[in-house]
Design a protein around this ligand. Sequence first.
Ligand SMILES: [Zn+2]
Length: 326
Amino acid sequence: MSLPTLLVTHSDFARHPTPPGHPESPGRITATLPRLRACLPKTIRWLEPEIGTSDLLRSVHAESYIERIEKLSRDGLVLLDEGDTFAGLHSYETALLAIGAAATAIDRVASGEAANAFALVRPPGHHARPAAAMGFCLFNTVAAAARYAQKKYGYRRILIVDWDLHHGNGTQEIFEEDPSVFFLSLHEYPLYPGTGRASERGKGEGEGFTLNLPMKAGSGDAEYGAVFREQVVPAADAFRPDFVLVSAGFDAHREDPLGNLMLSERGFAEMTMRIREVAERHCRGKLVSVLEGGYNLDALARCIDAHLCALEAKESPPAGAGLRLR
Ligand SMILES: [Zn+2]
């Protein structure tokens, strides 16, 4: 029997507070989980995360910064460093639970209990810098996940594919001098946070292990498909990853309020398949994907459904046939 695809999530991800009207709202959890319960195939296995440890945080963040977020999470809502990023009651525990969800997903995939997994978490993480919150992100979940996979399981080469609308500047900064983590990002450019030019390719020993693929406003499934074929898949194959992580933001969807990209659910499913095939070619399919952005609640649920169905699909659809998406 083939191994299941996991959905690692918890209703407690709604506990991190943001002010009314903020796009990164608890509704991203409270509205999405019931919809997924209703529409996802029953073969997708739901799993609750274990809480992350402060050791995981310390693998990518400064001690003083971790303490600061912990302290702020005992009081009311405060605006942090940059880009509409808030912390308040329960923010620390919620961000730690997000890292725990990624670690739980890696455990199940590494041990061979699951084929692959998606961690549906908030707050997002890819803008978080070693000692600063940024762009709705407190702790860098995918970066901590990469370090965890390396330390606990000895995977040497970790590929992180980030297709969130925005450039994952925090993840890039954490790994830019590290040739063991290949950070590959597609994002609208120019747009917040202003980084992610094609000329940013890593530094020192890490030179060549950062690949930025800026996308013009208006780009959609066709443009992403071409960039995947011509650049993403060849670069990922050349790296020969031991484990694949995806920073899966869905704010590049055409209905999302924050950007100007035009991807459809089908486009996200296609990208998922292409990256899954990379994982199958190099590391027996070992792939863990982590939610980043996605702010139209209706589109978010449809995109996650499409992403999970593509992670689970037993074989690639014939060219042009596409997946049957509800
Ligand atoms: Zn984003």
